[in-house]
Design a protein around this ligand. Structure first.
Ligand code: ADP
Length: 215
């Protein structure tokens, strides 16, 4: 079986600093949930930015369904980000000028889902994660844990082939954390790939596989 997403000998350094990743390789398959672990500062978030085509590697490449994509022009990479990836990041990057539900529906609308359908599906997801009452609020009026669940709803709604999640349960209570992981596992089981950066042993153990980033 060929990999849905692969990192091939990726190397990276921020302009200012030391190399963060050196010839780092891994393959991610459809149907699986993979935990990325490693010490703080080792480059796990940076790896997600590289896999998610937000940063370009200094050397090596990212392959999507076997095709090299990390060196494509910016517009093409932005298009792939919107169509193939869902992001659940710490700073959920919600638009503060729009309501929560509009933020959630944004990517699904971009992908051509009818508006009424996207909003109805967004409500169902928000209720499932206990943030339904916040749908008409603006992101400035919600907590970090709520923002995280909202980012998760947004990622899931568009049904992307790949979800990249950075400590998605960092601000959540144990019950909500378990719910988040089981929903991410369901998403993977539907033929997608889910990659989760986590320090939490229970979350890592609930994934199909663990890959390490070492400093
Ligand atoms: P992790 O997710 O494993 O904690 P990160 O990928 O966040 O690691 O960071 C790896 C290293 O890169 C750290 O030393 C961090 O300080 C540094 N770093 C992160 N982002 C930037 C940036 N935008 N510019 C320069 N250095 C950065």
């Amino acid at each position: 079986m060929s990999a849905l997403l692969a990192a091939e000998e990726l190397s990276f350094a921020y302009r200012s600093g030391e190399p963060i990743l050196t010839e780092w390789s891994a393959s991610f398959y459809s149907g699986e949930t993979v935990a990325v672990t490693g010490p703080s500062g080792a480059g796990k978030s940076t790896l997600l930015y590289l896999l998610g085509l937000m940063l370009r590697p200094g050397a090596g490449q990212v392959l999507l369904e076997g095709e090299p994509v990390s060196d494509l022009p910016d517009a093409r990479r932005a298009d792939l980000r919107a169509t193939e990836f869902g992001f659940v990041f710490q700073d959920a990057a919600l638009d503060p000028t729009r309501t929560v539900i509009d933020n959630i529906a944004e990517t699904a609308l971009y992908r051509g889902q009818p508006r009424a359908q996207a909003l109805a599906a967004a409500e169902v997801l928000m209720d499932r994660f206990g943030v339904g009452l916040r749908s008409r609020h603006r992101p400035g009026q919600i907590s970090g844990g709520q923002a995280q669940r909202i980012a998760l709803c947004r990622a899931l709604l568009a049904r992307p082939a790949i979800i990249l999640a950075d400590e998605p349960t960092g601000n959540l209570d144990p019950d909500t954390s378990r719910l988040v992981v089981s929903v991410l596992r369901e998403h993977a089981a539907a033929g997608n790939s889910v990659i989760i950066v986590t320090h939490n042993h229970d979350i890592a153990a609930a994934c199909d596989r663990i890959v390490e980033v070492s400093s």
